[in-house]
Structures are given as C-alpha cells and as structure tokens.
Design a protein around this ligand. Structure first.
Ligand SMILES: Nc1ncnc2c1ncn2[C@@H]1O[C@H](COP(=O)(O)OP(=O)(O)OP(=O)(O)O)[C@@H](O)[C@H]1O
Ligand SMILES: Cc1ncc(CO)c(N)n1
Length: 265
C-alpha cells in the first residue's frame, strides 16, 4: 500500500486541514499519516481559535513517522509560524523526503488568517524551495509574486515571478476566478492549463487541502507531475459536483463521490 504523510493543522469541523487530507488519501486507497502543526477551533463559518504545536513536538512526530514508516509523498499545509517551518524543512532534508507538495496556506476560505506575519518570509525562503510542486491560490500567488492577479494572463506572469525562487512546479489554482476554475501549472520546462467550468456550489471549504493531498497521492503512485495534476483536478471536480450541503457557512466537500474502486492504485 502506498504511504502519504500530511503535515498540517487540524480542522475541528473536518472539512479542511488534516481531516480533509486523511479523507482524500483514504479515498485514494492509500495509507495516511499525520504530523499536526496546530489545532484550530473552526467550522464552516470561520476560525475561532488556534493552538499551535511547539517546534519540538512537530519534530518528534516527524521522527516517529520517518524512522518507522517513511512516506512516499508528503503534503504540507497550514504552518503558522517561522520556527515550525524551519524544523519541518530541517527534518525533511534529514530524512531525504521525496515528492513534497507545499500548499502555502495563509488564509482560510472564510477569510481568517492561518499564518503569522513573520512566517511568510520563512515560507518563501525555506519551505517553498523544497517543494516538488507548490499550490498557491490566487490571493497567495499575489503575496508570493507581488503582482495583482485579475485574469489568466496575470496568473502566468505571477507564476514566472515565483519561479525565480521556487525551482519546482508552481500550480496557481483558479478557484477564486469568476467565470472559470482554470489552474495553471508552470515549470521551468513548460506550462499547462487544467480547465473546468465553474461548478455552482458554495460549499468549497477545504478545496485547496484536498487538491494538494490528491496530488501527493498521485506522486506516491509514481505518475509524472502533469498526470498527477490532471488526476487531482478530476478528484476535486467530482467532490465538488457531489454537492454535500453541511453547516451554516461554506460547507465541506463530498469525498464519497466515486464508484467503489475508481480511485484504486
Ligand atoms: N466553483 C468551483 N468549480 C470548479 N472548481 C473549483 C471551484 N472552486 C475551486 N475549484 C477548484 O478547487 C481547487 C482548489 O482551488 P481554490 O482556489 O479554491 O483553493 P484554495 O483557495 O486554496 O482552497 P481553500 O478553500 O481550501 O482555501 C482548484 O483546482 C480549483 O480550480
Ligand atoms: C487547518 C486548516 N488548514 C487549511 C485551511 C484552508 O482551507 C483551513 N481552513 N484550516
């Protein structure tokens, strides 16, 4: 069985973070492990509290995982401070981790901040450069590139700028566009668009977490990056179309949308 690790924050309402990642990995018939960077008290309407882990305790979780069941792919989500970012980079290098997907989580769908101000610098200088692929949404790509993004042309410009400090793939997600939900994969060799029509579903809590975990699963299965992105895009599109409607705000995705066995590796 393929093994995938998520390093991220817990979402008490189960729609994003560690919980979304474990659901996604399990739906891919893979074995999920987790290192929790922070607990959040949140639901579909917002984030009401954050309790960070200590850097030492994140390191201890990573030691336990890598010394026993080394993962074939790693997804990194919410990491709220610079000290925890540094220890994660140190440990992933120490254990020579492969197939790293970095989702630079800054703000939740509900608009609440999930990262301290001083962490963005460490994220850009230390964590993003070790990603096999990074997956910013449009507001995050604006912060990383320093450019405003209003359309797909702006996405290409921003990706090019981010590539000056990120050697891996850059997937700018188009979930925040108005007419389409087109994602751009930019690498130093080529760029490719992954296009879908917008699905009229207000329940998008955890789309970013789910997409990045699905990419990690496909990397663990050994697919080339372009195939990983297409498969992950198909997964998120299916989970959005299956239209679960839970909670009073932007609700979670439906991970039980597939015919039994469709996503088996
Ligand atoms: N309404 C939609 N219809 C179709 N695809 C969508 C829609 N909204 C988001 N997506 C897709 O979901 C994936 C995640 O993109 P998005 O930009 O929403 O990430 P995000 O903002 O990081 O998510 P999160 O809500 O977890 O913070 C992308 O592949 C995007 O194209
Ligand atoms: C814990 C956590 N990670 C990521 C996100 C981004 O959706 C969230 N809302 N909560």
């Amino acid at each position: 069985m393929h093994t995938v690790l998520t390093i991220a924050g817990s979402d008490s309402s189960g729609g994003a973070g560690i919980q979304a990642d474990i659901k996604t990995i399990t739906a891919h018939n893979m074995y999920a492990m987790s290192a929790i960077t922070a607990l959040t008290a949140q639901n579909t309407t917002g984030v009401y509290g954050i309790q960070e882990s200590t850097p030492d305790f994140v390191a201890r979780q990573l030691d336990c995982i890598f010394q026993d069941i080394p993962p074939e792919a790693v997804k990194i989500g919410m990491v709220s401070n610079a000290e925890i970012i540094r220890i994660i980079v140190e440990k992933l290098k120490e254990y020579n981790a492969q197939n790293i997907v970095v989702d630079p989580v800054m703000v939740a769908t509900s608009g609440s901040s999930l990262m301290k101000n001083d962490a963005a610098k460490a994220l850009m200088a230390e964590l993003l450069p070790i990603g096999t692929v990074i997956t910013p949404n449009i507001p995050e790509a604006e912060v990383l590139s320093g450019y405003p993004i209003r359309n797909t042309q702006d996405m290409e410009q921003a990706a090019k700028k981010i590539a000056s400090f990120v050697p891996g793939g850059i997937l700018i997600k188009g979930g925040h566009l108005t007419d389409t939900a087109d994602d751009l994969l930019y690498t130093r060799e080529a760029s490719a668009w992954y296009r879908t029509v917008r699905i009229e579903n207000p329940n998008t809590h955890g789309t970013g977490c789910t997409l990045s975990s699905a990419i990690a699963c496909n990397l663990a299965a050994g697919y080339p990056l372009t195939v990983c992105i297409q498969n992950a895009k198909d997964y998120i599109t299916g989970a959005l179309k299956a239209n679960l409607n839970l909670g009073k705000g932007s609700g979670p995705l439906n991970h039980m949308w597939q015919e039994k066995g469709t996503c088996s590796f």
